[in-house]
Ligand binder design. Structure first.
Ligand code: UDX
Length: 439
């Protein structure tokens, strides 16, 4: 099947490459000529392990191409995927400007009846709106299918071929059957439903996962006062198949381009229908507080952060990505700088992105030894393997004060104590500080 995918971000590029991999002829279209030029040379604009090999393989097989000219490529295709961003507006609602621009592009380019597949995360009711929006701009019959994605950054190539389900929402049986046929090559269970249900499945799934994370973080905060190790609590809870162990890892909260945006958007969707979704508001509020938890603990042990050298171990919102959107690291750095601290960061791939935000206000270290050198405290923000594998002796040999605050439960508190490190980690019960440090 000839397929056009509009948008070459995390969703569009991974979707297009995967559709080519299962045998379809795919052209990915983007307005960014630089991006398209790089993609034509199999250079990925996003850091996603395994994606470039797949791009190269499918370009060579003649199944994958890239273009900036929607009109010229859409003539050969009756299926167009919409995978452009829906960033959040100031009020938390989803910004549909890019979707509408792409939709107009479709209406002005197609020369046959067309199925429009909406991959982008859009508020409930948007698919119906888009169908009318496009239909009134073209004489050709428009069908619309909501096909939300569930890819996780950093493991998107794995997820696209090993998802738990493919959701297809439509009120048009013919279009549904077409999309069912297109997706057969993934050999993943297909769940067919209505448009609004498919749109809500996406928001509700992300919001539920974010709720699990905020829940376990709140339990971790209670464990710090009651005793009990959150790692053990999480393991014991997760063995219950009704709870499940996934997304039950306590830490310093969720970041990324989806959970923060989608929880706010769902809250806005509820408000728009006069429903007070208090639960999701508390999830959002709990996450905001958790992202600053390490700074709060740091302030309780240094009377004044002014002039203190603080090392951040990791800045990406999670491992295996260079993405820092809504990452805890950004609000941590902002608060440390506000308190007069000197901030040095280390991250295997995301440092340049954070440097672009803070410029010379922060120092970027090339190695872990460098970021720890003369530091008065180290904050574990992202659980990269390089950080998990730090030799504990480095903390005592390199740092001015061996104080480690572990936001991702990477280290063992007993081993840290034996290594002479003043150690705190989220949810371990009492704070493990060998001696109070007052400056
Ligand atoms: C998420 C959803 O998982 C995915 O289905 C959706 O399509 C896009 O949004 P993503 O944001 O890429 O994916 O990453 P994810 O692995 O879900 O992690 C999101 C955030 O939650 C990260 O900051 C991560 O550190 C945090 N997290 C995740 C926890 O704090 N604890 C956990 O147990 C899991």
């Amino acid at each position: 099947m000839n397929i056009v995918v509009i948008g070459t971000g995390y969703v569009g590029l991974v979707t297009g490459v995967a559709l080519a991999e299962i045998g379809h002829d795919v052209c990915c279209v983007d307005i960014d000529a630089n991006k398209v030029a790089k993609l034509q040379k199999a250079i990925s604009p996003i850091y996603e392990p395994g994606i470039e090999a797949l791009i190269e393989k499918n370009i060579e097989a003649g199944r994958l191409s890239f273009s900036t000219d929607l009109k010229s490529v859409v003539v050969d295709s009756s299926v167009v995927y919409l995978a452009v961003g829906t960033p959040q507006k100031q009020d938390g609602s989803a910004n549909l400007d890019y979707i509408e621009e792409a939709a107009t592009g479709i209406a002005q380019s197609i020369n046959q009846d067309t199925v429009v597949v909406v991959k982008s995360t859009v508020p409930v009711g948007t698919n119906h709106y888009l169908k009318e929006y496009i239909q009134k701009q073209t004489p050709y019959q428009i069908s619309i299918v909501s096909n939300p994605e569930f890819l996780r950054e950093g493991v998107a190539v794995h997820d696209v071929f090993h998802g738990d389900r493919i959701v297809l929402g439509a009120d048009d049986e013919v279009a549904l059957e077409k999309l069912e046929m297109i997706n057969q090559g993934f050999h993943i269970p297909i769940f067919k439903t209505g448009l609004e249900s498919a749109e809500m499945i996406k928001y509700a799934s992300n919001a539920f996962l974010a709720t699990k994370i905020s829940f376990i973080n709140e339990i971790a905060n209670i464990c710090e006062k009651t005793g009990g190790d959150i790692r053990e609590v999480s393991k014991g809870m997760g063995m219950d198949s009704r709870i499940g162990s996934a997304f039950l890892q306590a830490g310093i909260g969720y970041g990324g381009s989806c959970f923060p945006k989608d929880t706010l958007a769902l809250n806005h969707i509820a408000k728009n229908v006069d429903y007070d979704f208090g639960l999701i508001q508390s999830v959002i509020d709990a996450n905001k507080a958790q992202q600053l938890k390490l700074v709060k603990v740091l302030k309780s042990h240094y009377s004044d952060l002014n002039g203190k050298q603080i090392a951040l171990l990791g800045v990406a919102f999670k491992p295996e990505t260079d993405d820092i959107r809504e990452a805890a690291s950004e609000v941590i750095i902002e608060e440390l700088l506000r308190c007069g601290a000197k901030v040095s960061i280390f991250d295997p791939v995301a440092s340049a992105n954070m440097k672009a935000v803070f410029g010379n206000k922060i120092h970027v270290a090339d190695t872990i030894s460098e970021v720890l050198l003369q530091a008065d405290a180290a904050l574990v923000v992202t659980e990269w393997n390089e950080i998990k594998n730090i030799q504990l002796a480095e903390f005592t040999s390199q740092m001015n004060h061996p104080v480690v605050l572990d936001g991702r439960l990477v280290f063992d508190k007993l081993e840290m104590k034996q290594a002479g490190v003043s150690y705190y980690s989220v949810g371990t019960g009492e704070l493990q500080i060998n001696e109070p440090i007052y400056i």
